[in-house]
Design a protein around this ligand. Structure first.
Ligand code: F6P
Length: 413
């Protein structure tokens, strides 16, 4: 019976690199299940590329029970870059090649964003290593060439596993925050991860936020004045005098003291791919709102809240659809490819016929398209809302529309 297995005697290894997402274990499980049915022995490389350095850190996944609903990565992750970087100048590619050989790995599946998959692509191009990339990021900034048709226009969107779950978490959190903002008549500036892209911050709109700032459209000295006027207007017009403004962690904001537009850094350190860490912009904006507008404002940093926790339904189905495409790539022996969804579709339509693959040379970072943002309104556009509504439903929150009769003291009647 065993000899009918197509890839019997072959080994496929999976690694996960970069920040975790709720959909990584689902991706691992989906790929593992399919690859083992094809006959592969399936290995897991632990801690990203780090698990292929020195003597390696490799586990056998072939027959292990696996929980794809559980968030994060059971294989663990790292931001290790085997190629020389400013932070680690040593070229560790020979160690990777050595271990691929020592563990007899025939095919390597790299679950990651542009950094992890970029390194995999280089290994494929320079060393001929058979790799297949698998998209992953809550930032949704990895170019997947997924087209979104809106009012007869084609917009190049992105759909990456991890984003749908993170997006839902942000919408839910915003929906909860509304009651606090309302109780205190406050403006809450909600900081959302996403690095240099604003895809994720917009999810707060589905939880009841109005307005939003993204890294793609910087707040210059001139735009800052208009921004404050708009904030005041939207706040004053809100039925309960409250407002939630999502801001991406990488927003470029004019700093009066330094006389320039910049991001707020959480640390001066960079990782092995040269990325600094952002964080703290919400505090800056909230305190300027309080000072300028004399309206109480507070900052909330969502941070890992978006990244952590269980995989949501959309992601579960997205990762299995993409894993179906991995089977196709394995059967055709098409390497240096990454499975993608071709067209933005609702959950029910996530099927393999709508999945394709792109050459990993065509990936890279993709920021929020200009069609998805209304610069004058400091808000996400209707096109963005249409994009997101394919993935997410607006949160259902009870709106308590109270209008109690005011009671005057006897002497004022
Ligand atoms: O790329 C994913 C991401 O979550 C970004 O949104 C964020 O800037 C970064 O990772 C933070 O990474 P960490 O805290 O894990 O170093």
């Amino acid at each position: 019976m065993g000899k009918n297995k197509l890839f019997k005697g072959k080994t496929l290894a999976i690694l996960t690199g970069g920040g975790d997402t709720p959909a990584i274990n689902s991706s691992i499980e989906s790929v593992r299940n399919r690859a083992s049915l094809l006959g592969f022995r399936v290995l897991g490389v632990r801690h990203g590329w780090k698990g292929l350095l020195d003597d390696g850190d490799v586990v056998d996944l072939t027959h292990q029970p696996y929980n794809g609903w559980y968030g994060g990565s059971a294989l663990r992750s790292s931001r290790t870059n085997p190629f020389p970087s400013k932070k680690t100048p040593e070229n560790r590619v020979p160690q990777v090649l050595d271990n691929l050989d020592r563990y007899k790995i025939d095919v390597l599946i790299t679950i990651g964003g542009d950094d992890t998959n970029g390194a995999a692509r280089r290994l494929y191009e320079t060393e001929g290593i058979p790799v297949i990339g698998f998209p992953k990021t809550i930032d949704n900034d990895l170019r997947t060439h997924t087209m979104h048709t809106y009012e007869g226009k084609e917009i190049e969107a992105v759909l990456c596993p991890g984003f749908p779950s993170a997006s839902k978490a942000i919408a839910e959190y915003t929906a909860n925050l509304k009651t606090t903002a309302e109780s205190h008549s406050r403006i809450i500036v909600l900081e959302v991860m996403g690095r240099n892209a604003g895809w994720l911050a917009g999810s707060a709109l589905f939880g009841g936020a109005s307005m939003g700032l993204v890294p793609e459209f910087e707040i210059t000295k001139e735009r800052k004045d208009v921004f404050f006027e708009t904030v005041k207007e939207v706040y004053m017009n809100s039925p309960k005098r409250s407002l939630i403004i999502p801001v991406s962690e990488g927003v470029r904001w004019y700093d009066e003291k330094r006389g320039k537009v910049d991001v707020v850094y959480a640390s001066s350190e960079v990782d092995e791919y040269g990325h600094p860490r952002f964080g703290g912009i919400s505090g800056v904006i909230a305190s300027e709102i309080s000072k300028r507008l004399k309206i109480e404002a507070r900052a909330q940093i969502t941070g890992y809240y978006a990244r952590s926790g269980n995989c949501r339904r959309y992601d579960r189905r997205l990762t299995s659809t993409l894993a179906d495409k991995v089977v196709d790539l394995l059967l055709r022996e098409e390497f240096g490819q990454m499975p993608v969804i071709r067209k933005m579709v609702p959950y029910q339509e996530l099927e393999e016929f709508n999945a394709g693959s792109i050459d990993m040379g065509r990936i890279g970072n993709k920021s929020l398209p200009k069609e998805y943002y209304d610069i004058d309104g400091f808000n996400f556009s209707d096109a963005y809302i249409d994009f997101l509504s394919k993935i997410l439903k607006r949160m259902r929150y009870e709106d308590f529309e109270y209008d109690f009769p005011v009671v005057l003291p006897e002497d004022m009647k």
